[in-house]
Design a protein around this ligand. Structure first.
Ligand code: ASP
Length: 306
C-alpha cells in the first residue's frame, strides 16, 4: 500500500566534512528515522496528514543537529529567529510564524495559528503574545545554543556574509520539513527553520511563506522546500509545482523535475524539495550535493543523505 505515506527532509546542501564520519552520519540518519517512525505511527493510527507533519517536524526541531528549533543558527546579533509553516491540503488552511524566539517547537505554534486564529501568519515579538495566550513556555537562549552553530556564526560574524546551508564549500544541512498523505487521501506539508546564519534586519526566508517554501492542496500535492530561500520566494516554488499539475496537466514527477532542475537552476537557486501526491507517490529532487531525506509507507522505508 502506497498510502498512508510520509516523507521528511533535514535540509539540502553540501555535506559537511564531518558527514564523512560514519558515526556522525548515523546520528543524523537516526534522527530522521525517529521522525519517520513517530509520524508514520500517527498515520497508521488514523491520525490526519496534518497531525503527522506537525509531529514529524517537531521531532526534528528537538534534535540539535538540524537547523530548526533547538539547533537553529545564529543571527547577526547572536540570537535565534525561527520560521515555520504548516498547511492542510484538504481545507487549504495554513498557519505560519516568522522571526519567533524562545519557542521550542515553532511548527506547533504555526499549527495553533492555523487552528485558533483567523490569520495565516504572525511575526516577531508580537506573535509572542499569541504564544503566551496559548500557554507556550518560553525557553532561554541557552536552550538553543550549540557549539557547532556558534562556530559557524563566529566565522562570518561582523561581515556582510550570510552563511547559507546551501552554498558550496564549508556548508551543512539543516532546515526540516515533512509532507504526508493519510488513509483518507488528505495531504499536508510543514517546514521549520532557523534560516541562515548571520541574517539580519528581520530577514525571513521561504520556509514560512505559503506557496514559496510550503504548500499543500488535495487536488495536486504537498511540498516542503529547502535551499537558498530568496530564490524559492522569487520562484514561488512550492505553489509552482502544484500549479504545473493543476493547470499544466503535469504529473508530480514532471513538475518537480522542471522546477528543481530547470527553473531553479536557471535562476541560480540551490536547494531541493520533498513532495507527495494523494496516491502516495513521493519525489525528493535536489540540485545540491545532497539532501537529508527519508520516506515511509507500508511497502518501503529509507533514509538518505547523498
Ligand atoms: N530555505 C531556508 C531559508 O532560506 C534555509 C534552508 O532551507 O536551509 O531560510
Amino acid at each position: 500500500m502506497k498510502i498512508p505515506a510520509l516523507a521528511i527532509h533535514g535540509g539540502s546542501g553540501t555535506a559537511p566534512n564531518s558527514i564523512r564520519d560514519k558515526r556522525i552520519t548515523k546520528i543524523y540518519l537516526d534522527a530522521l528515522q525517529e521522525a519517520l517512525e513517530a509520524g508514520f505511527y500517527l498515520l497508521k493510527h488514523d491520525h490526519s496528514a496534518l497531525e503527522t507533519v506537525a509531529k514529524a517536524v517537531s521531532v526534528l526541531e528537538d534534535c540539535e543537529l538540524y537547523n530548526a528549533g533547538k539547533g537553529s543558527v545564529f543571527t547577526a546579533n547572536g540570537e535565534h529567529e525561527m520560521d515555520a509553516a504548516i498547511m492542510d491540503g484538504k481545507t487549504l488552511e495554513a498557519g505560519a510564524i516568522a522571526g519567533i524566539q524562545g519557542i521550542k517547537n515553532p511548527v506547533l505554534l504555526a499549527n495553533d495559528i492555523l487552528h485558533h486564529t483567523s490569520f495565516v501568519m504572525l511575526s516577531g515579538s508580537k506573535a509572542m503574545d499569541f504564544a503566551k495566550e496559548q500557554g507556550y513556555e518560553f525557553y532561554p537562549p541557552s536552550y538553543f545554543f550549540t557549539q557547532y552553530r556558534y562556530d559557524q556564526w563566529q566565522a562570518v560574524k561582523g561581515s556582510e556574509k550570510i552563511k547559507l546551508d546551501h552554498s558550496h564549500g564549508d556548508s551543512t544541512f539543516g532546515t526540516v520539513g515533512a509532507v504526508a498523505v493519510d488513509s483518507n487521501g488528505n495531504l499536508a506539508a510543514a517546514t521549520s527553520t532557523g534560516g541562515v546564519t548571520n541574517k539580519k534586519w528581520g530577514r525571513v526566508g521561504d520556509s514560512p511563506l505559503i506557496g514559496a517554501g510550503t504548500y499543500a492542496n488535495n487536488k495536486t500535492c504537498a511540498v516542503s522546500c529547502t535551499g537558498y530561500g530568496e530564490y524559492f520566494i522569487r520562484g514561488v516554488v512550492a505553489y509552482d509545482v502544484s500549479s504545473r499539475m493543476e493547470y499544466g496537466g503535469m504529473s508530480l514527477e514532471q513538475a518537480v523535475q522542471e522546477v528543481v532542475h530547470k527553473k531553479l537552476k536557471e535562476m541560480g537557486g540551490e536547494g531541493g524539495l520533498i513532495s507527495i501526491d494523494s496516491q502516495g507517490n513521493i519525489y525528493m529532487p535536489f540540485n545540491t550535493e545532497g539532501m537529508y531525506r527519508g520516506m515511509m509507507n507500508d511497502e518501503d522505508s529509507f533514509t538518505q543523505i547523498l
